[in-house]
Design a binder for this molecule. Structure first.
Ligand code: ZN
Ligand code: ZN
Length: 75
């Protein structure tokens, strides 16, 4: 029998809860977490900063393209 996976939340104190199968896997950092820590916000996800940055860049691009369109209409 394989050992049960533990929540991989980094930092102290270590979380001793068993990681949830499938839904406990973070799609951003790929680690496994318990029900309490499975959300990126709750395990200080290493990839969350990257995700935020990506969303920010996407949003910026969108705003800039909208502005360009608006400028074309006005000008
Ligand atoms: Zn946990
Ligand atoms: Zn994560």
């Amino acid at each position: 029998m394989p050992a049960k996976k533990r929540c991989q939340r980094p930092g102290e104190p270590r979380c001793n809860s068993a990681a949830l199968r499938i839904v406990g896997d973070c799609s951003h950092c790929g680690m496994s977490f318990c029900g309490t820590h499975r959300l990126p916000e709750h395990h200080a996800c290493l990839k969350m900063a990257e995700c935020r940055q990506e969303a920010f860049e996407r949003n910026k691009e969108r705003l800039e393209s909208e502005r360009t369109v608006a400028a074309k209409i006005v000008g």
